[in-house]
Ligand binder design. Structure first.
Ligand SMILES: [Zn+2]
Length: 186
């Protein structure tokens, strides 16, 4: 277990790798600020999917698509510690239980606020919906731009990466998938 103080010292060491004068005014409190910002950026480790998705309601027979689209998120690429950000579309078709719609956004944030890759966020959100809601089907589509591609490496500013996880009826039936895609594009 790394202490907060050790983490701040480590950031100071990294600053020293970039610049010699880490004691100048603009940098002196940077280690503290970086670790404080990490508390928020990596707050996904303090929650579990079960906590987020445990309060469900009777769906009263509703058996259509529930879609929350354009959920903006920010995450951190685990390979370069660079930000990546974009939007997620999360859908499910309830069997008996429905979940508060804000929980779909919170489950995206829970995974985004960890060291990540886009594929894993996509898969994990779908896994959580399957496990906790037992839906007829669920789908997660994520579109994101990656800092590690924009400011280094191939330097592509406008490339957008799309990932998707289709489960249950969205995997099995082309009609369910196309109805979903239509709702997302509307
Ligand atoms: Zn990266």
């Amino acid at each position: 277990m790394v202490t907060r103080e050790e983490a701040e010292i480590a950031v100071k060491t990294l600053l020293g790798y970039i610049e010699d004068d880490v004691a100048r005014e603009g940098l002196v409190d940077t280690p503290k600020r970086v670790i404080k910002s990490w508390d928020e950026i990596f707050s996904g480790y303090t929650q579990s999917p079960a906590e987020v998705l445990d309060s469900t309601f009777n769906g009263e027979g509703y058996n259509g698509i529930v879609l929350l689209r354009d959920i903006e998120f920010h995450s951190t690429c685990e390979h370069h510690l660079q930000p990546f950000a974009g939007s997620a579309h999360v859908a499910y078709i309830p069997t008996e239980r429905i979940v508060g719609i804000s929980k779909l956004a919170r489950i995206v944030d829970l995974h985004a606020r960890r060291l990540q890759n886009q594929e894993r966020i996509t898969k994990n959100v779908a896994d959580d919906l399957e496990e906790h809601l037992s839906p007829l089907g669920c789908a997660v589509i994520i579109e994101a731009s990656h800092g590690c591609m924009q400011c280094r490496g191939v330097k592509k500013q406008n490339a957008v990466m799309t990932t998707s996880a289709m489960r249950g009826v969205f995997f099995e039936k082309a009609e369910a998938r196309s109805e979903l895609m239509q709702l997302i594009r509307e």
